[in-house]
Design a protein around this ligand. Structure first.
Ligand code: SF4
Length: 233
């Protein structure tokens, strides 16, 4: 049976049983969430959080603190976050400047704008596209929207929600439309769903060679069914 429009909540609860209920995000502050995206590059979530905590410790995470901190202090954080740590010093300063110039140092006001404008405001920052903007709006409890990272998107596509399109943006919107009428408008549930789908995509439903034999939601998976029904050569 394909993953139907009524099965997402069941799938999420199966993932929660398998991985355990996720803890809260490391931060729910909008500016810190923007910094978190840029403090590290191509590293594990644990490493990214380590770099972020070092930034808090050595430089601070308010726009004026980032702007006044020395390169040396910021480097203590960015060097924990993967390759090209010097480039990320400039990136973090650029982010702080945008926060000061466009938002007077306080992003919370922008999150009170109507949803499309709030997303547009967040997308003024480098590395923040629609998915990250939605994640920030969710984690700050500004709007009950499910932002999906690339892992979560892949998992939902394989489960049968939406179809792959020519562009990432079009695929993202197709998946969001497919799940739209079955999302709970509940911040805790949406936040857990974001975290669980991401974790599943990273640990079992990997880009290449997903570990389907270990998957707790394999019975609902369209991708797995299509693999099993392929004629053998
Ligand atoms: S069965 Fe395989 S492809 Fe389907 S969700 Fe699980 S890991 Fe991903």
């Amino acid at each position: 049976m394909p993953a139907t429009a009524s099965s997402l909540q069941k799938i999420v609860s199966q993932l929660a049983t398998h991985y355990g209920k996720p803890g809260p995000p490391i931060t729910t502050d909008p500016f810190e969430l923007v910094l978190l995206e840029s403090v590290a590059y191509l590293v594990s979530d644990e490493r990214r959080e380590e770099a972020f905590k070092a930034l808090r410790r050595h430089a601070g995470t308010k726009p004026h603190e980032i702007l006044s901190a020395s390169d040396e202090r910021i480097l203590k954080a960015t060097k924990l976050g993967g390759m090209h740590p010097e480039q990320r010093i400039s990136r973090l300063r650029e982010i702080a400047l945008i926060a000061m110039n466009e938002f007077g140092g306080d992003l919370w006001q922008a999150l009170k704008l109507p949803l499309p404008k709030a997303k547009q405001a967040l997308r003024k920052f480098p590395s923040i596209g629609e998915p990250s903007a939605e994640k920030i709006l969710l984690f700050t409890r500004s709007y009950p929207v499910l932002g999906l990272d690339s892992n979560g998107l892949r998992v939902l596509l394989r489960l049968g929600f939406g179809k792959e399109k020519k562009s990432y943006t079009a695929t993202y919107r197709a998946v969001k439309e497919a799940i739209g009428d079955q999302l709970k408008k509940d911040y805790d549930w949406l936040t857990s769903t974001h975290i669980l789908l991401r974790r599943h995509g990273k640990e079992l439903c990997k880009t290449s060679a997903p570990l389907c034999e270990k998957c707790p939601v394999r019975k609902s998976c369209a991708y797995l069914r299509s693999q099993v029904s392929k004629p053998s050569r």
